[in-house]
Design a protein around this ligand. Structure first.
Ligand SMILES: C[S@@+](CC[C@H](N)C(=O)[O-])C[C@H]1O[C@@H](n2cnc3c(N)ncnc32)[C@H](O)[C@@H]1O
Length: 258
């Protein structure tokens, strides 16, 4: 790519890389930079699952700067050879809970985790289950290549049970659980630790933050009297509420609510 205007430093590094091999999808660089740029130049801990030929770890070091500690995980023991300076590599499987438990004792809490490993449903799920709590309270969990969630040979399929995409869609409900009036959705660990969930083509980004119950505020003088929904026939209202409770139970659309 000659005489090219790069949209960010990662893209520039990638297209000019003649060092160790890196493999990324073209549209990922904008997403990385959107979520990662605030960590640049800081003393952060970055963990990438999936080292491959080692090129991406070098790219992260270059992007985040010399104060960043870069960890890699790979099942391939040859990857150990790519350790240098602030880059440390641990050999093991991302779906091996014992390996991950052991890893958590060896590395500090992480600012950014990027899952670019084997991308099967089980691998992505086990890594998330085991490592989410090892991300700092204001850290980021990113999982890429989630198009495998639609591929049979990775255990995926549209709306398939055990798809990591289906699992992560639940996060949308969890962050809104404060407002739920149903027992099927209550405040949980994720409600209290997830600030936002971002879905892109093939990428999920979960931004963590310590969350407390949201507060509704009002300031200023009302311009007219509000209808707070208390008007109307008492019996009719009760029947409508009961009907809608039943419909809600069966997850059917409401009636009489415009
Ligand atoms: C897509 S490549 C990683 C690419 C690299 N991050 C890059 O950007 O150049 C996937 C890597 O995941 C590793 N891998 C596959 N299954 C794994 C597992 N169960 N645990 C850890 N790593 C695994 C493979 O050995 C391979 O190196």
């Amino acid at each position: 790519m000659e005489n090219q205007q790069y949209s960010n430093d990662l893209e520039k590094y990638f297209y000019n890389n003649s060092g160790r091999l890196i493999t990324k999808w073209k549209h990922y660089f904008e997403i990385y930079d959107r979520h990662f740029s605030k960590y640049r130049g800081k003393e952060i801990v970055f963990l990438e699952i999936g080292v491959f030929h080692g090129g991406s770890l070098e790219m992260w070091q270059n992007y985040f700067g010399p104060k960043a500690k870069i960890y890699g995980i790979d099942i391939d023991p040859r990857c150990k050879a790519f350790e240098k300076g602030n880059i440390e590599i641990h050999i093991g499987s991302q779906s091996d809970r014992n390996f991950l438990t052991d890893l958590k004792k060896k590395i500090p809490k992480v600012d950014i985790l990027l899952d670019d490993g084997g991308h099967t449903m089980n691998q992505m799920r086990v890594s998330f289950d085991e490592l989410y709590d090892h991300i700092k309270d204001d850290g980021l969990y990113m999982c890429e290549d989630m198009h495998t969630c639609y591929w049979l040979h990775y255990g995926g399929g549209h709306k398939r049970t055990n798809s990591f995409m289906e699992y992560s869609k639940n996060f949308i409900d969890y962050i809104n659980a404060w407002h739920s009036k149903q027992n099927s959705l209550t405040v949980n660990k994720f409600t209290k630790t997830m600030h936002s969930v971002h879905f892109y083509d093939s990428i999920l980004a979960v931004e963590k933050r310590v969350m407390t119950e949201p507060v509704s505020l009002r300031m200023g003088t009302p311009s007219f009297e509000e209808d707070l929904g208390n008007s109307g026939n008492g019996l009719g209202k009760k029947v409508k509420k009961l009907v809608n409770l039943i419909l809600q139970y069966f997850r059917l659309p409401s009636v009489g609510i415009d």
